[in-house]
Design a protein around this ligand. Structure first.
Ligand code: SAM
Length: 302
């Protein structure tokens, strides 16, 4: 007599399949991914999926799980399959057409909240812009946590803006968030106190070497920043003086190893435009990488 197949047997086999098929992508959380897919297939939350490990596998769970597994094996990002991603304690709706928010971007949000709080206008209203808003992750996290911020969320992709709009309504932030379509800072029509940007910064060569789930599934326009990676950051640096208020901060997420390059681009552009007393700060992500460049102009000392 053969013993019954258990939920944990299915999960174990599925994790092995994921690891084998996606070997080149260096997946380090295959077990977590299949648990989440099983939860989606059965309506169980993760705690109950884990608790059900020793149970006999319900026949009704197999087909829905296999359908989801097949999508994942075809490199669809887990967040697209689930239709959501947690970021800065908030659950964002995501799908094809917008970048899945990454944990390292929370470093930028933390720096942004500090810059908003320290801005001399903080008692009234601080005008914030998020250039390349994607799902709206940065713009909406800042708006949610800074009640005195008015946030412009800009993107050149109308598909991305649709996701940002959906999330804006989800969090009920329509009264303080304005979505704008267009190139970099061009759509902005009032001076900005805190300008934020997580623009694409992967070089063309690096892009070709990315895991298939990014290269084939997330929008290329959200990932690749040009032949050297920093081209969009360089272009935005040239627009800063025209769009920043006299007292302002500009905060950029950059790729590993790009921070000095970005610093030079931003500080040269501002200095050439006659801005003085620049205060340059770096913020490290959870892996210790200098991930975020902040340049403050005219902020009070402290
Ligand atoms: C790296 S994604 C960041 C998305 C989101 N801010 C986040 O952190 O999850 C970059 C975003 O910049 C947008 N983008 C690319 N080129 C742009 C341009 N020239 N002007 C405005 N947005 C642009 C892309 O459509 C994409 O949504």
């Amino acid at each position: 007599m053969t013993s019954p197949r258990l939920v944990r047997d299915l999960l174990h086999e599925a994790a092995q399949r994921l690891l084998t098929v996606h070997a080149a992508d260096g997946i380090d959380d295959a077990r977590l991914q299949v648990e989440l897919l099983y939860g989606l297939a059965t309506g169980l939350d993760r705690v109950h999926v884990i608790a059900a490990g020793g149970d006999t596998l319900p026949a009704a769970a197999v087909e829905p799980f296999e359908v989801l597994m097949e999508r994942r094996l075809q490199h669809e990002p887990l967040a697209y399959i689930r239709g959501k991603r947690e970021f800065f304690g908030m659950t964002f709706e995501v799908g094809p057409g917008c970048l899945v928010p990454r944990p390292e971007t929370e470093t930028l949000v933390e720096a942004a909240l500090e810059a908003v709080k320290a801005h001399p206008g903080a008692r009234r209203l601080v005008r914030v812009a998020d250039i390349g808003t994607g799902s709206g992750a940065i713009a909406l996290a800042v708006a949610q946590h800074s009640p005195n911020a008015k946030v412009y969320a800009v993107d050149v992709s109308t598909e991305a803006l649709q996701w940002a709009g959906r999330n804006m309504r989800r969090f009920g932030l329509q009264d303080r968030v304005v979505l704008l379509a267009g190139d970099l800072a061009e759509p902005l029509s009032e001076p900005i106190d805190v300008l934020l940007a997580n623009l694409p910064y992967v070089s063309t060569d690096e892009f070709e070497a990315l895991p298939a789930q990014i290269r084939e599934r997330e929008p290329r326009i959200a990932v690749e920043g040009g032949p050297q990676g920093v081209e969009l950051i360089a272009r935005l640096a040239q627009q800063l003086d025209a769009h920043l208020a006299p007292v302002a901060a500009a905060i950029f997420e950059v790729g590993a190893g790009q921070i000095s390059w970005a610093e030079e681009l931003v500080t040269n552009a501002l200095t050439e435009a006659g801005r003085t007393g620049l205060d340059v700060r770096y913020h490290r992500d959870l892996r210790g990488i200098r991930r975020v460049l902040e340049v403050r102009v005219g902020y009070p000392a402290g």
